[in-house]
Design a protein around this ligand. Structure first.
Ligand SMILES: Nc1ncnc2c1ncn2[C@@H]1O[C@H](COP(=O)(O)OP(=O)(O)O)[C@@H](O)[C@H]1O
Ligand SMILES: [Mg+2]
Length: 367
């Protein structure tokens, strides 16, 4: 596939900007994935054309670079790392990078999402149990701590660990020892913990739902992963990466992304962060029949609907305009149109809508 050429209104990394000089589309119109697509299917060269920040992570923003600098620094140590960030920001990917960059890389990397396990089973998932430890325990089970011995344990959603288990977790972190359920024999392990949370643990400590001693133990080396809307420069890189990925998987030849599409994707706040973007692009690639990406932009939740919409003037403005547009059923002009209600000229409103990436959900992209 292709190296990628964009029109220049985005703030690309320097080498991309250079490429764009050689192949610009109509001004403000075309974002083009290189036309010189090799006949053969996906070549690995494609992937090299997108700046990979590191360990499979795409992005070039200062915010991401700073996160990755911390990752590199802490990875080779055995210290506990706490990854804090909204859902979909890449916490799991980063935990894997920490493992891969550590001396433990040849040992197990074990994951457990504490929020996904029914409370009654969490203790045995973590620490294992002996046969007969409780009703239903028909065989011995090895817990995640033992599986991760000499390796790394990634505890996702660590804020969801109930208070009664927090003490046991603290003990294993401090002493590296625990007992399986139903056993009096102490197990010793050597586990490096990477914990993640999308909740505010400090607040949970003040609310007395999370033990302060465990919090301090986890918080040895916190890394905060900023949401995608705070590193918008990464959006076009990710869009392009996922378009290439899904095109390859679905055997599509998509070589163009309209600049207006890219602009809207860059303006959208992505409350579900990279995961939401990834799913959106997958859908877009499925919907695309030609060579130009057909993104179902109308499916994006408006900033006003998204929970984590910020409070910047732009977001408030965008939310308000959208509300009026909905009330007027997207009629812009005329005495009852949105422009009149907002006290704006029709052309001014249209200009604002374009800038804010507000467009009527289009029925034509519905499957
Ligand atoms: N910087 C990145 N580059 C490429 N893919 C990413 C990046 N960050 C996250 N992803 C992808 O986004 C999805 C969500 O990431 P994940 O690590 O599961 O987030 P979290 O654990 O914070 O919810 C995964 O499919 C992951 O591979
Ligand atoms: Mg996750």
């Amino acid at each position: 596939m292709a190296s990628v050429v964009y029109s220049h209104q985005f703030s690309w990394p320097a080498r991309w900007a250079e490429e764009s000089k050689t192949k610009e589309g109509a001004p403000n119109e075309i974002v083009r994935l290189d036309e010189a697509v090799p006949e053969s299917d996906a070549s690995p060269a494609t992937e090299e054309s997108i700046p990979r920040a590191f360990e499979g992570m795409i992005g070039a923003s200062e915010a991401l670079k700073s996160v990755l600098a911390h990752v590199k620094t802490v990875a080779p140590t055995d210290s506990t790392v706490l990854l804090e960030g909204e859902t979909g920001t890449g916490k799991e990917l980063i935990s894997q990078a920490i493992h891969t960059l550590s001396q433990r890389k040849t040992r197990n990397f074990v994951k457990l999402n504490c929020a996904a396990i029914p409370l009654g089973l969490l203790e045995s998932e973590l620490f294992g149990h002996e046969r007969g430890a409780f009703t239903g325990a028909i065989t011995r089970k090895i817990g995640r701590f033992e599986l991760a011995d000499k390796g790394t344990l990634f505890l996702d959603e660590v804020g969801d660990i109930p208070p009664e288990l927090q003490a046991k977790l603290l003990r294993v972190l401090q002493e590296q020892e625990f007992e399986r359920l139903g056993s009096t024999q102490t197990q010793r392990v050597d586990v490096r913990l990477v914990a993640a949370t999308n909740r505010n643990l400090a607040q949970m400590v003040s609310d007395k739902v999370f033990r302060d001693d465990l919090y301090f133990r986890l918080n040895v080396f916190p890394i905060v992963i900023p949401p995608l809307r705070e590193r918008r420069e990464d959006i076009p890189l990710l869009v392009e990466f996922f378009v290439q990925e899904f095109s390859r998987r679905m055997n599509r030849q998509i070589d163009t992304i309209l600049a207006s599409t890219m602009e809207q994707l860059t303006d959208y706040p992505w409350p579900g962060n990279i995961r939401e973007l990834q799913n959106f692009i997958e859908r877009a690639v499925i919907l695309t029949t030609g060579s130009t990406l057909r993104a179902p932009l109308g499916d994006l939740k408006s900033p006003i609907e998204s929970e984590s919409a910020g409070t910047t003037l732009k977001q408030v403005e965008s939310g308000h305009i959208l509300k009026i547009l909905r009330e007027t059923r997207w009629v812009v002009g005329g005495p009852r149109g949105a422009a009149a209600r907002l006290g704006l000229k029709r052309t001014t409103l249209l200009g604002k809508m374009r800038r804010l990436g507000l467009s009527r959900p289009s029925p034509e992209v519905a499957i």
